[in-house]
Design a protein around this ligand. Structure first.
Ligand code: HEC
Ligand code: HEC
Length: 432
């Protein structure tokens, strides 16, 4: 009996040593899988943005934060960026399709880790974060306002105006209503629109002054959005554990989630497109998700709109003299892109950003994984077929494991002060 007890004690101690063994941080992952995990975390610091000279200026980020939550920057006085990008809803709106003043044909993209992206919008019709911010203001379905009206709000509000002028110098004197009408903007395809007529009546020099103000508003909002970062999910703690051979940290990922990780990088081939520490290859693919109304061509339209955009990274508004633009727009593959391609979204915090896909056509994460598993109702493959997409025939248990892994990419611990309108647009010691 006594030998049995001491044998058991010995066994327990031996087991303890084995499980604490520095050479076996996770008994579920192969050496190759561990190597892949170490490539996927940590998320590096936000990449530099040479086209935006205030990208990392805290005062610009504060002004941008005030503008992001300001409902006066809309035609109806009740829409802000946060109307659709609600910090409490994963910086989305929880809707299938977006809606502010009117319905929008696409699903709202999350802003989590948005500064890591190379292209913006589902079809990539913008190539910088700052020029992206200009589009919703003048979209009649979104803010329904104009660049003149935006400039007037900044000009007429003491707080916004002093924050702006400290960063960018004096605003033009917008009080002169003959030179600077209340509402004016170019309107593509509708020269008779009152906003378009008012814009056409302006001096070119004054139009340029207003464009500068509008761009500076966008650059400030971009500086703010660069802070919406999520990088400390259970998966990141797990990878830290793998690197440091720390069992407690490795335990941040359940065994089911670890099996899900193996599927994600292996048999399920998700990594082919959702690659890198932000779980996106930053490019466009046709994942054959069924489309509803379905006439959205995606990437081909995005490219042509980007090349025509007067605020693209080759324009005079890019602070690096067009250097990034020449590299990026030359890189933008043209010609062989086929309809049906959309940007690969990040999977960080994906468990919090339902519904999914560019039309919000899939309601739950389980249904997304089941779609990849069966490819049921998949859209017909285009000319450029993603041969990687084959029905995975996952078992129920494998679906659960993949879902557990996706849930382990959740970290919403962003500073509460960044999730609401600041007391002031100016960064002063009193207004933190
Ligand atoms: C009507 C709701 C709505 C409003 C208001 C709105 N957005 Fe969006 N946002 C969307 C939708 C929908 C998309 C995707 C549209 C598309 O791809 O064509 C989007 C996309 C984006 C993206 C691109 C993200 C990416 O990964 O490509 C950014 C950044 C963004 N919005 C920021 C803003 C900012 C800043 C404002 C305020 C100036 C704003 N949005 C106002 C609905 C809205
Ligand atoms: C061929 C490239 C490709 C592969 C492989 C791929 N995806 Fe995707 N994924 C995409 C694209 C592109 C979208 C957006 C498509 C759209 O909206 O039309 C997407 C969307 C998603 C979304 C919705 C995200 C959101 O915010 O709407 C999830 C979740 C997702 N994929 C998970 C996975 C998983 C899990 C796997 C492996 C089983 C996988 N993907 C394999 C390219 C791919």
């Amino acid at each position: 009996m006594r030998t049995l007890i001491s044998f058991s004690v010995l066994l327990v101690v031996a087991l303890w040593f084995v499980t604490r063994s520095p050479t076996a941080p996770s008994h579920l992952l192969t050496g190759q899988e561990v190597a892949i995990a170490l490539e996927l975390s940590p998320l590096p610091p936000v990449p530099p943005s040479p086209t935006n000279r205030v990208a990392d200026d805290p005062a610009a980020a504060r002004l941008g934060q005030a503008l992001f939550f300001d409902e006066r920057l809309s035609g109806t006085g009740d829409v802000s960026c946060a109307t659709c990008h609600d910090p409490a809803r994963g910086w989305g709106d929880g809707r299938r399709l977006a809606k502010a003043i009117a319905h929008h044909p696409r699903h709202t993209l999350t802003l989590w880790n948005v500064a890591y992206n190379r292209w913006f919008f589902w079809a990539g019709r913008k190539d910088t974060l700052w020029s992206q911010a200009l589009a919703p203001f003048e979209d009649p379905r979104e803010h329904g306002t104009s660049r003149l009206a935006v400039a007037h709000v900044v000009h007429d509000d003491d707080d916004l105006r002093s924050a702006y002028e400290e960063l960018f110098g004096a605003l033009p004197d917008l009080a002169d209503g003959a030179r600077f009408p209340a509402d004016a903007r170019p309107v593509a395809g509708d020269e008779e629109h009152p906003h378009a007529r008012a814009w056409a009546a302006m001096e070119e020099r004054d139009q340029a002054l207003i464009d500068d103000v509008f761009v500076n508003v966008g650059k400030s909002i971009a500086a703010y959005q660069r802070r919406i970062v999520s990088r400390r999910a259970p998966f990141d703690v797990f990878v830290e554990g793998l690197a440091a051979r720390d069992r407690d940290k490795v335990a941040a990922l359940s065994e089911s989630a670890q099996r899900g990780f193996s599927l994600f990088v292996g048999k399920a081939q998700c990594l082919v497109c959702h690659d890198g520490p932000n779980f996106t290859d930053l490019e466009f693919h046709a994942n054959r998700v069924p489309t509803g109304e379905g006439s959205d061509p995606g990437r081909p339209l995005g490219i042509s709109r980007l090349l025509e955009d007067p605020f693209n990274s080759l324009s005079r508004h890019a602070d690096d003299g067009g250097e990034e633009g020449r590299r990026k727009l030359a890189l933008a593959p043209m010609g062989w892109r086929t309809p049906g391609e959309f940007k690969t979204p990040t999977l960080r915090n994906v468990a919090r950003t339902a519904p999914y896909m560019h039309e919000g056509q899939i309601a739950t994460l389980r249904a997304v994984v089941e779609f990849y598993s069966t490819l049921e109702n998949a859209a017909a493959p285009g000319e450029h077929t993603e041969t990687i997409l084959v029905p995975l025939h996952l078992s129920e248990a494998e679906v659960d494991d993949l879902l557990a892994f996706l849930a382990s990419l959740t970290d919403e611990t962003l500073d509460a002060d960044l999730r609401r309108a600041p007391a002031s647009a100016r960064l002063t010691s009193q207004s933190n």
